[in-house]
Write a protein that binds this ligand. Structure first.
Ligand SMILES: [Zn+2]
Length: 172
């Protein structure tokens, strides 16, 4: 009985830490997103990727192409939203979730907000990336998105270890 009680406390606490409900399907989608981040790195780019998901199905995928396109703003989420704006009706974005292999930077978080995407799931926390990269341009994504008039649900960090490992040998 005591074990069950402790288990319940842990589940509730974990749910609060994540900022929302995190399902097995979301876990599988995040796994795919992080695998894409590994692919981006293999192609000579920064190890970041993003998925656009509607009704638990992947609609679009994008990677960082900062290095290969020589564009410092070609972050995975910015790329994703640019593809979406060409291929989809804008109003559809209001029914989508964006998955990011890492906590979005202020540029990407702003793009999510202005695209009107109501839900974000992210993997590796930005604070962990800071330690690896030495870069410090950090506004917690919940804080930044929390300043918007519209509410954006944020779930994360999730699969931190797998997500962080994609950065393991990158920032040197
Ligand atoms: Zn970014």
């Amino acid at each position: 009985m005591r074990f069950l009680f402790l288990l319940l406390i842990c589940v509730v606490f974990a749910g609060q830490m994540l900022g929302g409900e995190y399902t097995q399907r979301q876990h599988d989608l995040m796994k795919r997103c992080i695998q894409l981040a590994y692919q981006a790195k293999a192609r000579g780019n920064y190890p970041f990727a993003a998925l656009l998901v509607r009704d638990d199905r992947v609609v679009l995928v994008a990677e960082s192409t900062v290095n290969t396109s020589y564009d410092p703003t070609a972050h995975s989420v910015v790329n994703l939203i640019k593809i979406a704006s060409r291929k989809m009706n804008w109003s559809e974005l209001r029914h989508c979730t964006v998955y990011c292999s890492a906590e979005p930077c202020p540029l990407c978080a702003s793009a999510i907000y202005w695209a009107g995407i109501p839900t974000l799931v992210y993997g590796c926390p930005a604070t962990l990336l800071q330690k690896k990269s030495g870069e410090t341009f950090y506004i917690p994504v919940r804080e930044l998105l929390g300043r918007g008039t519209r509410k954006t649900e944020v779930i994360g960090p999730v699969m931190e270890d797998f997500a962080a490992y994609s950065h393991e040998d990158f920032w040197r």
